[in-house]
Design a protein around this ligand. Structure first.
Ligand code: PEP
Ligand code: MG
Length: 582
């Protein structure tokens, strides 16, 4: 037991694991700039150049997306912003001032660009005032990038990052510097940052609300990604207790490793396919190490987070082909860009409801060039016949038919160009929008496979934002509407003779696994780190018990009843010592 409760903060357990380390407060929201003197102006100028370059890259990426949807006029604004960044007079003035005054580049950038915006704001013309906002945006972008550079160099050793919110790209950025954990004030279990933390195998606790207030730089903290707890400046007893837990956890992991080469099969012989989700290219080796039966979801938008503009066909081909060859003879399902929502650039397009907006297949069908370059790259990577393509955010038959037509067009082009590809490449769709769940029978007939995206399906079915901890308690995977909808998708999808898989986070929830298998699900795609535990659970179960469990849950009327039922089943039937760690 812990000896001191005042120093424990409770949040949402977003990625499992335990770490004890120093805190690093990451205050990216603070855009304010203070008059700061520097000692090395040359280095400051170098940093400025890097931040300018980074800002240009970001703007080019936004520009390539924005022109189509927002029209030439709005799109041109981003082009104009790039031109401002290239303005020699502005650049020279800023650099001269840094050299002369020895002020930080953030301060000089802010001061110089504010001169323009202040002047424009004085104007009586609305047009001028509006443009001033655009220039303000550039200023903030440069300052943000200057600060990012600073943060990056500040994180040298194994810290736990404490911040108010975190984006998927922040998570990737930090993973490069050996971060030990993430602690945030806001965010939900299935926000993409949490998903990326799980892929990286880094413990995360989100939605703590007062983390950034209570924790200071260099405080020692314990992050418990199982319980969703953070302990600030633990006493010796707490450290001792947690060191023991870490030991038990390591012993448990060693135990799980013994199952590596064994199949995920129930005691009475029902075999389940356990595949892995891939968010970062580096993960392939870990996926192979954990013996996944292939890759059930590649989040391509995540892979290319670091690229300037969108990677062209050849760049994409190289990445896809490398993964496909490495995972061979297992299969890989490459999902086309699911841009929008909380992933890539939502802020810049300023949509009022990004999760209900221009996202996934909608954006791709509006950007045929981008869509085709990706399909062509996937096709070219399919020569070993182990690649499948999957479409995100499908809501209507029109989207399926139009996408299939584009895939056909790409095949014809490649044929003419005498480029090789798998002529019979499987095409599947994500079932993650309620309309697709309702129409599963018709949709399944049109495609080769379906994969259930519970992260979005739950959010859209229950009208609860997946990334918002304030409504985290009503984002419920055991809501009767969710359970019955899953049953409908699995039953109808299989009746249509198609493989039904699940790649949402529910598939990796140990409590949900027995119910899902009982509902008839035979294929799970989860983060590679979850595979050993899920396998262990499956191997301790009897399918006939699971069918009974599912039948019972399908008639229960409240979330509480279903949750309690699956939990009591778990306690009774599942042999999983992860609980013994506590
Ligand atoms: C999902 O929605 O469940 C899913 C797997 O896709 P993503 O998390 O990338 O939206
Ligand atoms: Mg989704």
């Amino acid at each position: 037991m812990t000896s001191n409760y005042e120093n424990i903060l409770k949040g949402i357990a977003a990625a499992p694991g335990i770490a004890i380390s120093k805190a690093f407060i990451y205050q990216k929201e603070k855009e304010e700039v203070t008059r700061e003197l520097i000692t090395d102006p040359e280095e400051a100028i170098q940093n400025l150049d890097i931040a300018m370059e980074q800002s240009k890259k970001e703007l080019r990426k936004i520009f390539s997306l924005a022109v189509y949807k927002l029209g030439e006029k709005r799109g041109a604004i981003f082009e104009a912003q790039i031109m401002i960044l290239d303005d020699p007079i502005l650049n020279t003035t800023i650099k001269e001032r840094i050299l002369k005054e020895k002020h930080s580049p953030e301060f000089v950038v802010n001061d110089e660009i504010s001169k323009y915006t202040d002047m424009m704001n004085l104007s009586h013309e609305t047009y001028m005032k509006e443009r001033s906002q655009d220039i303000e945006d550039i200023k903030n972008r440069i300052i943000r990038n200057l600060k990012k550079k600073k943060w990056k160099s500040k994180i040298t050793s194994d810290v736990i990052v404490v911040t108010s919110t975190i984006s998927p790209s922040d998570t990737v950025l930090f993973s490069r510097v050996n971060v030990k954990g993430y602690v945030t004030d806001f965010g939900g279990l299935t926000s993409h940052a949490a998903i990326v933390a799980r892929s990286l195998n880094i413990p995360a606790v989100v939605g703590l609300h007062e983390a950034t207030n209570r924790i200071k730089d260099d405080d020692t903290i314990i992050i418990d990604g199982f319980r969703g707890e953070v302990i600030i400046n633990p006493d010796e007893a707490q450290i001792g207790e947690y060191n023991k837990k870490i030991e038990r956890l390591n012993a448990y992991d060693t135990e799980l490793l013994k199952l590596r080469d064994l199949p995920a099969i129930t005691i009475d012989g029902r075999e389940i396919q356990l595949l892995a989700n891939l968010d970062l290219t580096d993960e392939v080796e870990f996926i192979i190490h954990n013996c996944a039966k292939g890759i059930g979801l590649v989040r391509t938008e995540q892979l290319f987070e670091e690229y300037e503009a969108f990677p062209d066909e050849d760049q994409q081909y190289e990445v896809y082909n490398k993964i496909a060859e490495r995972i061979y003879p297992e299969n890989i399902i490459i999902r086309t860009f699911d841009i929008g929502g909380d992933k890539v650039l939502p802020v810049d397009l300023k949509e009022p409801n990004p999760f209900l907006g221009w996202r996934g297949i909608r954006l791709l069908l509006d950007n045929k060039h981008l869509f085709k370059s990706q399909i062509r790259a996937i096709l070219r990577a399919s020569t070993h016949k182990n690649v499948k393509v999957m479409l995100p955010m499908i809501a209507s038959m029109r989207e399926i038919l139009e996408s299939k037509q584009i895939i056909e067009e790409c095949k014809n082009e490649l044929k003419k160009e005498k480029k090789h590809f798998d002529k019979h490449i499987s095409v599947g769709i994500m079932i993650e929008i309620p309309s697709a769940a309702v129409l599963i029978k018709d949709f399944a007939e049109e495609v080769d496979f379906v994969s259930i995206g519970t992260n979005d399906l739950i959010q859209y079915l229950l009208a609860v934002d997946r990334g918002n901890d304030i409504v985290g308690d009503i984002y419920q995977e055991f809501h009767p509407a969710v359970v019955r909808t899953l049953n409908h998708i699995i039953t109808e999808g299989k009746l249509a003779g198609k493989t039904v898989s699940m790649c949402g986070e529910m598939a990796a929830d140990p409590f949900a696994v027995p119910l899902l298998i009982g509902l008839g699900l035979e294929s799970f795609s989860v983060s590679a780190s979850a595979i050993p535990q899920i396998k262990k659970i499956i191997r301790s179960l009897e399918y006939k018990d699971l069918q009974k469990l599912a039948k019972e849950c399908l008639i229960l009327k409240t979330e509480k009843e279903i949750r309690e039922r699956v939990h009591s089943f778990y306690d009774l039937k599942v042999q999983d010592q992860v609980n013994n760690i506590y």
